[in-house]
Design a protein around this ligand. Structure first.
Ligand code: 6GU
Length: 225
C-alpha cells in the first residue's frame, strides 16, 4: 500500500478534504495510507515553539529546523521514502507527468511550508524535490499538498472504477481535454443534447468526442497565451 506522510503546522486544514469522496474511498480500500503530522507534536521547550523570526530581519516567521528534523528523522527511521517533497511557490511546476511518476512511489513525505517559509537547512538536508502548483502565492503548502495527493491517489490502480477510468482523463489523452458531457434530460429549457450522442453510433460518438476535446483544448490554449 502506498503511504503519504504530510507534515504541517496547521494540520486541521488537511483533515476534511482527505476524508471525502475518492480519497476517502481509497483509504478505506487500503490502497493508500495518508498520515498527517502536526508539527507542534515535535516542538521542544517550554513554549512548544515551531517558528521564529528570520535571521537578518524581514517580515513573517520561519519554521524552525528542530521540529521538522525530529519529525522527518522519525519517519526515516521507520521506512524508506522514495521522495521528500517540499511544497513551495519557488518549486518546479506540478503537472500530470509528475503526478503519474509519483503515483508509482511507495512512500512519500510532503512538507508544507507556512508563514514566510522553512529553515533552508531542512530543505537542503531532506528535500528530493521542490514543487509549486502554479504562479500565485498561497498562505501555506497545505492546499498544494492536497492538490498533489488528489492527483496522485486517483492514479493508484483500483482507486477509480471502470466508469471513472483515469486513462480517459484530459491530459492523459494525447492532445486534449474531455469532450463536453451531457445527461438527462435530452431537452433542457430548449437546449438540446447533440444528436450524435443519442444516435447510438459508437464509432461516430468516439470520433466526435475526440474532435470536441481537441477543439476545446485549442480554444483554451489560445486564451491562456
Ligand atoms: Cl506549493 N506553496 C505555497 N505557499 N504557495 C504556492 C504553492 C505552494 N504553489 C503555488 N503557490
Amino acid at each position: 500500500m502506498m503511504r503519504i506522510d504530510v507534515i504541517s503546522a496547521v494540520p486541521d486544514i488537511l483533515v476534511s478534504p482527505l476524508n471525502e469522496s475518492i480519497i476517502k474511498r481509497a483509504q478505506n480500500k487500503k490502497l493508500v495510507d495518508i498520515v498527517i503530522h502536526d508539527l507542534k507534536d515535535y516542538a521542544t521547550g517550554k513554549y512548544k515553539q515551531i517558528d521564529d523570526k528570520p535571521y537578518g530581519g524581514g517580515a513573517g516567521m520561519v519554521l524552525m529546523p528542530e521540529p521538522l528534523f525530529k519529525c522527518i528523522e522519525k519517519l526515516l527511521s521507520e521506512r524508506k521514502y522514495d521522495n521528500i517533497i517540499f511544497l513551495t511557490p519557488q518549486g518546479k511546476r506540478f503537472n500530470q507527468k509528475k503526478a503519474n511518476a509519483l503515483s508509482l512511489n511507495d512512500n512519500i513525505i510532503m512538507i508544507c511550508g507556512h508563514y514566510k517559509g522553512v529553515d533552508q537547512r531542512v530543505v537542503d538536508t531532506f528535500a528530493t524535490m521542490e514543487i509549486s502548483i502554479g504562479d500565485y502565492v498561497l498562505s501555506g503548502g497545505e492546499l498544494a499538498s492536497l492538490v498533489l495527493i488528489d492527483s496522485i491517489v486517483r492514479l493508484i490502480p483500483g482507486v477509480l472504477g471502470d466508469s471513472e477510468a483515469a486513462l480517459t482523463d484530459s491530459f492523459q489523452v494525447s492532445s486534449g481535454f474531455d469532450a463536453p458531457q451531457y445527461t438527462r434530460p435530452a431537452d433542457f429549457k430548449g437546449m438540446k443534447v447533440p444528436d450524435i450522442l443519442v444516435s447510438g453510433d459508437h464509432k461516430k460518438i468516439f470520433d466526435w468526442r475526440e474532435d470536441e476535446g481537441k477543439k476545446k483544448y485549442r480554444k483554451v490554449k489560445r486564451k491562456n497565451i
